[in-house]
Design a protein around this ligand. Structure first.
Ligand SMILES: [Cu+2]
Length: 137
């Protein structure tokens, strides 16, 4: 034995210290692997993007993606409930209010073009201005 703990709380303190060191490290590892895994199980290229909805805009509001890619959009809100609708793709999802998690939408970028998206849930005076585009090139 190299060291002995006088009390249980000292032992707990060391365990907590070790966790603080290890947890951020394992999180950063996970981030690296998700960035490098660009293909799904069927060999399709996957591009992931996080979009934040907030009265009255989406950030980013322009998303560029290469044709043939599956675009995986993770949507979160920084205030109230919003919606994410791509009228031309039959996509319409509710974005939960801040602190209530996120929602994922998969956009199949089959054909080149500009696809507009918009908020689909009335959220205030600027609701109809809350829009953006996905550009497939
Ligand atoms: Cu809205």
């Amino acid at each position: 034995m190299l060291f002995r703990f006088k009390t249980k709380s000292q032992e707990l303190a060391l365990v907590l210290t070790v966790c603080w060191v290890l947890v951020p490290f394992s999180l950063s590892q996970e981030e690296q692997t998700s960035k490098s895994s660009e293909k799904d199980e069927k060999g399709r290229k996957v591009q992931r993007v996080n979009v934040v909805a907030e009265r009255f805009n989406f950030t980013p509001s322009q998303i560029k993606v290469k044709q043939g890619t599956l675009l995986e959009i993770t949507l979160t809100s920084d205030d109230t409930f919003h919606g994410f609708r791509v009228p031309s793709m039959q996509i319409n999802q509710v974005i939960p209010a801040r602190g209530r998690g996120s929602v994922k939408v998969v956009f199949d970028a089959k054909e080149k073009g500009t696809y507009s998206f918009e908020c689909s849930r009335p959220c205030g005076a600027g609701h109809t201005m809350m829009r953006g585009v996905i550009v497939v090139e």
